[in-house]
Write a protein that binds this ligand. Structure first.
Ligand code: ZN
Length: 180
């Protein structure tokens, strides 16, 4: 994916479906971590940008790294986000003050594995199943426009569903329980 933020579309859709069992913050942290390798390689002028981080085998250790990092960062991010929404009187958008390990694990693992899957469609230097299988059967199997549109649509639908769920829970329980 040329733009890491596009990966957040499928992340938002997953959040809408799994709710509090899935940490969108962990998903976002994993997107940044996994794209550090191509970013560094761009600056170094390497011929191959997507190396071991963009394999399924490499995605798992990155997810394991994202988990404690998210757990550590989360309270600060939540405090910042909640300050912003409270300042705008949007208390119902407050997020939970901390995220549990299962939600963080789900967000991190789904984050890195889905990242490798989506990037496999477009990066010719990727070997997603290395070191077991060389090559990339998914490469260019769908168009770049379709891939980007799919990510944007997934994000839009996910956002709509998430808003619907949040408003439903708010009116059903009448509290300000947050999301992570
Ligand atoms: Zn990537």
């Amino acid at each position: 994916m040329p733009f890491t933020p596009l990966h957040m579309g499928p992340g938002m859709a997953t959040k809408a479906v799994l709710g509090r069992r899935f940490s969108l913050v962990a998903f976002g942290v994993s997107q940044i971590l996994i794209d550090l390798e191509p970013l560094i390689r761009i600056f170094r002028g390497d011929a191959i940008l997507h190396g071991v981080t963009h394999t399924y085998a490499g995605a798992i250790p990155i997810a394991l790294l994202a988990m404690p990092l998210t757990r550590w960062l989360y309270p600060w991010l939540a405090r910042f986000a909640n300050y912003q929404v409270s300042a705008h009187q949007l208390h119902w958008l407050r997020i939970a003050p901390r995220a549990g390990w299962p939600a963080i694990a789900a967000g991190s693992l789904i984050g890195t594995l889905s990242h490798v899957l989506l990037d496999s469609f477009m990066h010719s230097d990727m070997r997603p199943l290395a070191p077991i299988v060389e090559g990339n059967a998914l490469l260019f199997s769908i168009s770049l426009n379709a891939l980007h549109l799919g990510c944007v649509l997934a994000g839009a639908l996910g956002l709509l569903l998430w808003f619907g769920r949040t408003l439903f829970h708010r009116s059903a329980r009448g509290n300000t329980a947050g999301h992570d």
